[in-house]
Write a protein that binds this ligand. Structure first.
Ligand SMILES: N[C@@H](CCC(=O)N[C@@H](CS)C(=O)NCC(=O)O)C(=O)O
Length: 217
């Protein structure tokens, strides 16, 4: 097995990969790259990932990016069966979830977190939020709907999809987001289950995230 080194930022989408690695039973190293301090744009980090985004997983000399791909890799290599077998409907559903999370849920936060990527003129930000906030609310409600009557994303068993879901739940609980979204009972119960797993707190603590950063899941 090649060496594994994950670059993650506190409470970012990369935190899902961090928790999945901790759950996986694989040996790995981790380096915290603080986006808020611009550490993802340093020459040292850009030499590893010129795209300057988190997460990156170094697999020996191989550089793997994209949370969906990294989580799939971890699930495939883990001895703990955290991804259903290839050629099963379970595996297909895992990809359905991870693609939905990376391409739709992650991006739905963008107008609220990063309005400057859409508009130069700050005075127009409220216009962007007029559509961005309902879109985020509906997208998050769709996640909640898909979690009805199941303990974990894929049913009864924990998989690499679950920490990915958990990260976006944390984002939804931020003080600047929570007032804009509806109650999400299924997702809240899911987040509680993930927080009960020792690997979750181990990784959150390593990233410097404390209970104070997560409001009452
Ligand atoms: N499509 C990528 C998105 C990666 C991404 O945008 N990561 C964020 C952290 S959640 C990041 O690196 N932000 C810093 C930036 O965009 O400058 C994935 O799913 O891994």
């Amino acid at each position: 097995m090649p060496t594994l080194k994950l670059y993650t930022s506190p409470r970012a989408c990369s935190t899902a990969c961090h928790i999945a690695l901790e759950e996986s039973g694989l040996d790995y190293e981790v380096e915290i790259i603080k986006i808020r301090e611009g550490q993802h744009k340093t020459a040292d980090y850009l030499a590893i990932n010129p795209w300057g985004k988190i997460p990156t997983l170094l697999i020996g000399d191989e550089v793997l990016t994209e949370a969906h791909a990294i989580l799939s890799y971890i699930g495939e290599k883990s001895p703990n069966s955290f991804l259903p077998d290839n050629n099963t409907m379970g595996r297909t559903r895992a990809h359905e979830w991870m693609n939905f999370l990376s391409s739709t849920v992650h991006i739905a936060f963008r107008p609220l977190f990063r309005p400057h990527l859409f508009l130069k003129e700050k005075s127009l930000y409220p216009k962007l939020l007029e559509v961005g906030v309902p879109n985020l609310r509906n997208t998050l409600l769709e996640v909640d709907r898909r979690l009805a009557d199941r303990e974990f994303a894929l049913g009864k068993d924990f998989s690499v999809v679950d920490p990915y879901l958990f990260v976006f739940y944390m984002w939804s609980q931020r003080d600047d987001i929570a007032p804009h979204i509806a109650d999400m009972a299924n997702w809240k119960a899911h987040a509680k289950r993930i927080l009960e797993r020792p690997a979750t707190w181990k990784c959150l603590n390593r990233e410097g995230v404390t209970k104070k950063n997560i409001t009452d899941p």
